[in-house]
Design a protein around this ligand. Structure first.
Ligand code: IPD
Length: 279
């Protein structure tokens, strides 16, 4: 059984490299930008092409497996996690960065079996960093082992989160109030690199101590969650409870103490679920 998933992981690394090449080529050309759910929710032809490349390559090898891909869901495919072997794909995590050529753009793929993440791959394209993690086997960046900082003191921490425009005024207010509460603990600083998957890999490699977010999707979280866990970090719900891949919210941290401290400060928002339509 385990060899079978290792074979899937090896294939995933290969297809992620091809996806990375496609993104590098696209960065050399003009990028036509389209809007999805709002003027700040962007998509490009490259997001769609890369997702098609990844899914067709995996489907050819594993025709019975299931898929949840950001652009397929945007085009109407279901977003429901089952017990099947499932590939959860974000072809470009950090599309806004890609459009602006801001250097944090990634391909993120997580693979689940019985709803548990078996492995995760995140390729940070412009940094040329391939993060890989298989359950129980550790986390790596370009083949070298990585681990979290181990920081336990929130006041010595660098914290990541993302801030986007929210149409709902209450959401906007709460999101900014949360940032203020974290900053005034105080922490060393807050950063917003713009790719959830890379944010998680930054925590996994000890460059940041925590990342929290409400309103992201399973394809933003699946690959990076594997990398953080295998690097010795914790992945929990924004409340501090058990992480749920379809919940659209998480805290990742170098230690449980930091995750709990962030959970204590955060006012929760109702962000819905990725599988709400399928329930
Ligand atoms: C986005 C990035 C970003 C986060 C957004 C996500 P996408 O993913 O992860 O950091 O703030 O909420 O949607 O749309 O570029 O794949």
């Amino acid at each position: 059984m385990s060899d079978k998933w290792q074979e899937c992981m090896d294939h995933c690394v290969e297809v992620t490299k091809q996806a990375g090449k496609m993104i590098h080529e696209a960065l050399q050309k003009d990028i036509a930008v389209m809007e999805k759910s709002s003027p700040v929710d962007l998509v490009t032809e490259t997001d769609q092409k890369v997702e098609r490349l990844i899914i067709s390559s995996i489907k050819e090898k594993y025709p019975t497996h299931s898929f949840i891909g950001e652009e397929s869901v945007a085009a109407g495919a279901p977003s429901v996690l089952t017990d099947d072997p499932t590939w959860i794909i974000d072809p470009i995590d950090g599309t806004t960065n890609f459009v602006h050529r801001f250097p944090f753009v990634s391909v993120s793929i997580g693979f689940t079996v019985m709803k548990e993440i078996e492995f995760g791959i995140v390729y940070s394209c412009m940094e040329d960093k391939m993060y890989t993690a298989r359950k129980g086997k550790g986390a790596f960046c370009n083949g070298l082992p990585i681990k979290v900082s181990g920081q336990k003191d929130i006041s010595q921490s660098l914290v990541l989160t993302e801030m986007g425009f929210k149409k709902d005024a209450e959401h906007f207010k709460t999101m900014l109030a949360n940032v203020r509460r974290i900053l005034t603990i105080p922490v060393h600083g807050i950063r917003s690199p713009g790719s959830a998957a890379i944010n998680m890999c930054l925590v996994a490699s000890g460059s940041a101590d925590a990342y929290y977010h409400m309103g992201i999707h399973c394809w933003d979280m699946a690959g990076g969650a594997a990398v953080v866990r295998e690097a010795g970090g914790v992945v929990v719900d924004i409340s501090g409870g058990t992480f749920d891949l379809m919940s659209r919210r998480l805290i990742v941290a170098s230690t449980r103490a930091i995750a709990d401290r962030i959970a204590e400060e955060i006012t929760e928002l109702d962000v819905g679920r990725d599988d709400a339509d399928g329930q």
